[in-house]
Design a protein around this ligand. Structure first.
Ligand code: FES
Length: 81
């Protein structure tokens, strides 16, 4: 399997509404699970989905309205931890 990708929207709306915290949580999750080397983690500019933000993308899957509890669920599901 190729390298996995996580990308979060760092546009002002998504950032202010949760991705500021989500970014730290994802970084920590990757470190804690030794996934640093297997996952490319990047930020992206506003994707014009602000009303559905915060937006988090994992591989080709776009997750909307990602609050903290949803984020943990998504990460556990995607990375089977
Ligand atoms: S700020 Fe994230 S979609 Fe616009």
């Amino acid at each position: 399997m190729g390298k996995r990708r996580i990308s979060i929207c760092l546009g002002s709306s998504c950032f202010a509404r949760g991705n500021n915290v989500n970014m730290t949580v994802i970084k920590k999750f990757l470190e804690d699970h030794g996934l640093d080397a297997d996952v490319t983690f990047t930020g992206q500019l506003c994707e014009n989905m602000c009303s559905k933000g915060p937006i988090v993308c994992i591989d080709d899957h776009i997750y909307e309205e990602v609050n903290l509890s949803l984020l943990y669920k998504i990460l556990e599901e995607e990375f089977k931890c």
